[in-house]
Design a protein around this ligand. Structure first.
Ligand SMILES: Nc1ncnc2c1ncn2[C@@H]1O[C@H](COP(=O)(O)OP(=O)(O)OP(=O)(O)O)[C@@H](O)[C@H]1O
Ligand SMILES: [Mg+2]
Length: 450
């Protein structure tokens, strides 16, 4: 941002020209002190019809500085000026004051070239600044509502959980220097979308922020880490020990991409040594490893998102929240989850480090119908078919056959292939099978669409 505080009139004239009828954006701009995150995109847009100017900035910036006008700009994500000269006056006055830039130096016409004789490299250690800047992961600013809606297209009927997740992920991603990873705990009956949410999250984030570093995904089945020695598969084995040099799942993944969503499935099964390591990571934001990685012997996990799931019975929790009608009240959800999970034997140290609990509920018949519809389209695509229409009886017949929803969506999904697999296979053998209508049932059919 600083170049705009001291920019000369000629540069501003060029900017005004480029921004007329278009948005000229500058990435990674240093915001005024008191802004969090401290860097963001800033854009200029001149309206050609009335010459008013919009000064835009990424949304979601918090500001604790002293200028109400700057606070208003950052809070709204935009500020309108009647003309470009008004904007210049504001940048060189109100905004410059926030950075402590003196009014006298606002116009570079007053800055004589001889004053620039000293090279910046003489004044400071530029290499170390470059290294430091490179080490900082840039924040990703996302719209919470947009993330929620995007997640909803994949995970059906779990709005309360998705809302909490979207809020937490947006906050975490917007931090330039988070102190620790985000830690979320997903709870609910079997087959209701807990793991599915973690699986789709990286792709959803990539779609929302195509220009940012993408999130990776690692699923760790904690039932495989019930013995102490298994810890070396996560963190690496020391030199001279079996497994040295074989690599370590968690360490290697985080070293390669600090922005990784790690799903710790069935966390209650993990050995206490694995537990202890995770507690440290959740506190200190780094994991130690006996083997060397590109980052040395510790790996930064502050930018990671840890998601835990548990197969401990969540019926009591759901019942308690149902009675209080409190699924959308985060403080009640936190209190109930911590209390009930503590009683099932989960360690208070882990529970105390969880930022938020995501509550998944038993799937309603409507949600199951939507999931079956998605599963039919997905199943058909495995045969190279593109489903254009599904007769409602097909979905009803599958739900009818699956009967109980005690096992979540899995049995429904298995039935899709059991019942429709032959129809899909037959359709593949016909010539014109690109767009199909699924009919029936039973018997079920798959017809080419005209
Ligand atoms: N709410 C949902 N929306 C879309 N698909 C779902 C949903 N719930 C379950 N599914 C489907 O069912 C399958 C199983 O769901 P998932 O793996 O998320 O279960 P889970 O909640 O982790 O259960 P478990 O505790 O038994 O592991 C998924 O692959 C997904 O296709
Ligand atoms: Mg699961």
């Amino acid at each position: 941002m600083r170049q705009f505080l001291t920019g000369n009139d000629q540069d501003f004239a060029g900017l005004e020209q480029r921004a007329t009828g278009a948005c000229v954006a500058y990435r990674d701009q240093e915001l005024p002190p008191g802004s969090s995150p401290s860097r963001a995109r800033v854009g200029f847009e001149v309206n050609p019809s009335d010459e008013s100017v919009l000064l835009l900035v990424d949304r979601g910036i918090r500001y604790t500085g002293s200028s109400p006008q700057v606070g208003d700009w950052l809070g709204r994500g935009e500020r309108r000026f009647r003309s470009f000269s008004d904007l210049k006056i504001w940048l060189r006055g109100e905004l410059a004051a926030c950075y402590g830039v003196m009014a006298a130096s606002h116009s570079s016409q007053e800055l004589h070239p001889s004053q620039l004789d000293v090279s910046p490299a003489d004044l400071t250690d530029l290499d170390s600044i470059r290294d430091d800047l490179a080490a900082i992961n840039r924040p990703v600013v996302m719209d919470e509502g947009e993330l929620f809606r995007e997640l909803q297209t994949h995970v059906r009927g779990q709005d309360a959980a998705l809302q909490t997740l979207a809020r937490r992920v947006c906050r975490h991603a917007a931090r330039v220097r988070p102190a620790r990873p985000a830690s979320l705990f997903a709870l609910g009956p079997t087959g209701c979308g807990k793991a599915k949410t973690a699986e789709v999250l990286p792709a959803v984030l990539r779609r929302l922020c195509p220009n940012e570093a993408s999130y990776g995904y690692l699923r760790l089945d904690m039932s495989e880490y019930q013995e102490r020695h298994r810890i070396s598969q996560l963190l690496g084995a020391p030199q001279g020990y079996v497994g040295y040099g074989d690599g370590a799942q968690l360490i290697d993944t985080l070293a390669a991409n600090p922005k990784t969503i790690v799903l710790f499935d069935e966390i209650e099964k993990a050995h206490s040594a694995v537990f202890q390591t995770l507690l440290n990571a959740m506190d200190a934001g780094r994991l130690s490893t006996p083997t060397r990685t590109v980052q040395g012997r510790t790996v930064d996990c502050r930018h990671a998102i840890f998601m835990f799931t548990s197969n401990l019975d969540s019926a009591e929790i759901l019942c308690d929240l149902e009675q209080r009608n409190a699924f959308k009240q985060p403080t009640v959800v936190d209190e109930v989850c911590r209390r009930q999970l503590r009683m099932t034997g989960l360690s208070p140290e882990l529970l105390g480090r969880i930022n938020a609990f995501l509550i998944y509920r038993a799937l309603s018949t409507d949600s199951r119908a939507e999931i079956v519809t998605q599963a039919i389209a997905r199943g058909a695509s495995e045969y190279g078919l593109n489903v254009a229409q599904i007769e409602p009886q097909v979905v009803l017949a599958i739900l009818e056959q699956a009967k109980s929803n005690a096992y979540g969506a899995r049995p429904d999904e298995y039935l899709v292939d059991d019942l429709l697999g032959s129809a899909f296979a037959q359709a593949v053998s016909s010539d014109d099978s690109f767009a199909v209508r699924v009919t029936g049932g039973p018997p079920f059919g798959c017809e080419a669409m005209q």
